[in-house]
Write a new protein. Structure first.
Length: 378
């Protein structure tokens, strides 16, 4: 299937579609799965570009291969999601053919990883109920069995004041922008004492209409990250308290809203990760544990990893001195190295899926580790 899978990866790369707009990508992937005998349910979980493809007995062990296919605005597939989709597609088809009637293979199309949280919506809609494991890989700059993916949320904070003329009747005005600026100052002081893995980054999205009007509305967006989901909830409370304290001090009203459901931190499953590592080594790729203290970002795979055992290894398509979310990374997602990694990952994911379908002891070990990490909160 090598050429066929690469054709899919290149087609998605040539026609990048952003979060929730991945119509061509979803159509192509669904058509490929239907051609191979999968039963495909499109538009699941209320998202037109989400799908679930199923093959096998419908019962028994249920293993999910996750396909991402959204691109970045202005950068295309600078995160390599075209390779994720093609690898998941190949793994699902190969596992179906190799495992026969050992259980059920699911290929789940997950839109909008880049900020939309499609997997979270699917999780809430019950798409992962009864799933024994969820498998995917991610292109990267290092060959890591897993990575520290932090919990993340975006807050909208809006101050509502009162408009006035800054010289004609300044005492009548309540400057919403001044309160928002004070919040940035307060959060700057808070940022200095945040623990490792925690981060706050804010932007002003509305700051007034004219210089001769006291702004009656000022709004900012703030991205918050923390090492664990629990730590993120603490950080949300700190930022909310700061926003409300400034509102009380400046006689203004404030709204604090979450733009979407938070991304949970990723819980690795080393039992399953070790199987992937062994299989991809057949292709000359050696996986290692992550480098301590390096935080690659956040992903909605974290939420899936809190519901079922999951793997999310990173496999390098560029050298470690490069970065994703760059034009260079986008080019690598359509390169010879990208092709090699995609095919190697498809093979390793497919073999891991077959082992999960046919080896009850592996499934039990994966769930035992999952439950241990859940009980420990990490």
């Amino acid at each position: 299937m090598a050429d066929r899978l690469w054709d899919v990866a290149c087609a998605l790369h040539a026609d990048p579609e952003t979060a929730f707009e991945e119509h061509h990508a979803a159509d192509r992937l669904c058509a490929e799965l239907e051609w191979d005998g999968f039963t495909v349910d499109r538009g699941v979980a209320g998202m037109p570009t989400a799908f679930v493809a199923q093959a096998g007995t419908g019962g028994g062990p249920r293993i999910a291969l996750l396909l991402e296919y959204d691109a970045l605005p202005g950068l295309g597939h600078a995160c390599g999601h075209n390779l994720i989709a093609a690898a998941g597609l190949g793994a699902a088809i190969a596992a179906r053919e190799a495992a026969g009637h050992a259980g059920t293979i699911l290929a789940i199309g997950t839109p909008a990883e880049e900020g939309g949280g499609g997997k979270i919506i699917e999780l809430g809609a019950g798409l992962f109920e009864g799933v024994d494991a969820a498998l995917m890989f991610h292109p990267g700059t290092r060959n890591w069995s897993w990575a520290v993916l932090t919990a993340q949320v975006e807050l909208r904070i809006a101050y509502h004041g009162r408009a006035a003329h800054p010289t004609g009747n300044p005492a009548e005005g309540i400057d919403a922008l001044a309160s928002l600026i004070q919040l940035f100052t307060t959060l700057s002081a808070l940022r200095q004492r945040l623990p490792a893995g925690s981060h706050i980054q804010g932007i002003v999205t509305r700051g007034g209409e004219a210089t001769n009007i006291v702004p009656d509305l000022a709004e900012g967006r703030f991205g918050l990250r923390a090492l664990t989901t629990g730590a993120l909830q603490t950080l949300i409370g700190q930022v909310t308290a700061a926003a409300q304290g400034i509102a009380a001090a400046t006689a203004i009203t404030v709204e604090v809203d979450q733009v979407r459901e938070p991304y949970a931190h990723f819980r690795p499953n080393e039992r399953l990760g070790a199987r992937f590592d062994q299989h991809i080594a057949r292709h000359g790729i050696t996986m290692t544990p992550p480098e301590p203290g390096v935080f690659l970002g956040s992903s909605d795979i974290g939420n899936i990893s809190t519901a079922v055992p999951a793997i999310h290894p990173f496999v390098a398509i560029v050298d470690s001195d490069k970065s994703d979310h760059t034009p260079q990374f986008a080019a690598a997602a359509a390169s010879g190295r990208g092709r090699h990694v995609m095919l190697a990952a498809a093979d390793a994911l497919g073999r891991t899926a077959v082992e999960l379908l046919t080896d009850p002891a592996l499934r039990t070990a994966a769930w035992q580790e999952f439950q241990h990490r859940a009980a420990a909160g990490h």
